[in-house]
Design a protein around this ligand. Structure first.
Ligand SMILES: Nc1ncnc2c1ncn2[C@@H]1O[C@H](COP(=O)(O)OP(=O)(O)OP(=O)(O)O)[C@@H](O)[C@H]1O
Ligand SMILES: [Mg+2]
Length: 380
């Protein structure tokens, strides 16, 4: 029996990371800080789990003289929801009585309830929240701290998914004018739906045309990230050799969240004192699959036979274009380019696949591996 107390799993995935859980990416951090200091509104874009939120919050929280207003817009579909998220973020920026009082005075649509630790906002259900409320919130920020805030509108693409077209256009127009009105406050727009975001900021017809400069968040640099990961394993008396890590980076296409998920699984299947080698990779994969089995089976069970064959073919041939003759032939009996394309479009809408140019990729690389393994006999 070891007398060492076992250390907790240092690998985290699925939410933004900070502090010791954040592997520094000095160039990108500096680039973003430069933009913020220049009061440059910035569109931060990148694929899912690339580390956008972690990067943005780290840069804004370390910007001397500034305070962060972090608004997560995930799932908002109405103006009312946008305003509430924004007001709540403003309240969370500072829990002093003074700030609570200022917020209560500035925002006509909230009541402030003070408690020991701070204050909370309540919204009067009898009073519908309109776009004017959004302007009140921006006016409050402009009037306080000389406007020295970093406003983060994360998951901004959600605004573009409002089902009511007039409401969507109105909120976009209002946000555009509010953002311009904040002359001393840098605003960060972040999101992962490249196509949606690109349209809003790069279409001459769009309200946000040229309203922000773009910063792309790609993978962490492999060497630096490997060193950082090795140190975490070493601190937990585990060893993972370089060749194995290389294999994992490949498997995960260098997406930091996916790399960390794999490392977390490695940690769980190894004991202190052990080395994790390439031959153990299947064990870690199985650990991941145990956790994801339900959702994996859910996805597959909703597919028609043709859709399933298409997905299995894609897992085995990730570099082929689905409409190419070679791909269609591999899918086999009854397949047509058009129907495969439709199936993949649907899966892309559901977030299972991601479209890049004419090709499709699995969003979750471990689901791809599971499909390969589970349907090995069917793959061409
Ligand atoms: N600098 C970093 N160092 C270490 N791990 C990181 C870093 N940035 C991101 N990650 C990993 O990626 C995961 C996702 O990070 P984050 O939520 O910041 O990404 P995101 O791009 O905002 O994702 P989403 O598109 O889902 O909002 C983290 O939980 C972590 O595992
Ligand atoms: Mg994010």
């Amino acid at each position: 029996m070891s007398t060492m107390t076992s250390s907790p799993n240092p690998f985290h995935f699925g939410r933004a990371v900070s502090g010791a859980d954040f592997c520094p990416r000095p160039k990108l951090e500096a680039a973003l800080r430069e933009k913020l200091r220049a009061v440059q509104n910035t569109l931060v874009q990148g694929d899912r789990r690339m580390g956008k939120t972690s990067l943005i919050r780290r840069a804004s929280q370390n910007l001397p003289g500034y305070h962060e207003i972090y608004v997560d817009l995930f799932g908002v579909r109405t103006i009312d929801a946008v305003v509430k998220r924004f007001a709540t973020a403003i309240a969370e920026a500072n829990q002093t009585t003074k700030w609570g009082t200022a917020v209560g005075q500035a925002l006509s649509f909230v009541s402030v309830a003070f408690s020991k630790g701070g204050f909370t906002l309540t919204f009067n259900p009898a009073r519908p929240i309109t776009l004017g409320a959004l302007h009140e919130a921006f006016a409050l920020l402009k009037g306080e701290r000389d406007g020295k805030w970093v406003v983060i509108l994360d998951e901004f693409q959600e605004i573009l998914k409002f089902s009511e077209e007039p409401e969507r256009l109105a909120v976009i127009a209002q946000l555009r004018s509010s953002v311009q009105f904040l002359t001393a406050t840098p605003v960060i727009f972040a999101g992962s739906s490249r196509n949606l975001m690109h349209g809003v900021f790069n279409h001459p017809q769009s309200a946000f045309f040229k309203a922000a400069v773009t910063l792309d968040v790609g993978p962490l640099e492999r060497d630096a990230f490997s060193d950082w990961i090795c140190e975490k394993f070493t601190a937990g008396s585990r060893r993972v050799n370089r060749a194995t890590l290389e294999r994992i980076f490949q498997l995960a296409s260098d997406v930091p969240g996916d790399v960390q998920q794999f490392c977390s699984a490695i940690w769980e299947v190894t004991a202190p004192g052990q080395t994790f080698g390439e031959d153990s990779i299947p064990r870690a994969l199985e650990r991941i699959w145990e956790e994801e089995q339900r959702s994996n089976e859910d996805i597959v069970s909703k597919l028609t036979a043709l859709q399933q064959r298409s997905l299995v073919t894609l897992a085995a041939n990730p570099d082929l274009t689905p409409t190419a003759g070679e791909f269609v032939a591999k899918v086999g009996a009854g397949a047509q380019g058009g129907s495969i394309f439709k199936a993949f479009e649907r899966l892309a809408e559901q977030g299972v696949l991601m479209k890049k140019g004419t090709k499709y990729h699995f969003v979750n690389p471990y689901f791809r591996e599971w499909v390969k393994y589970r349907f090995a006999v069917d793959a061409a």
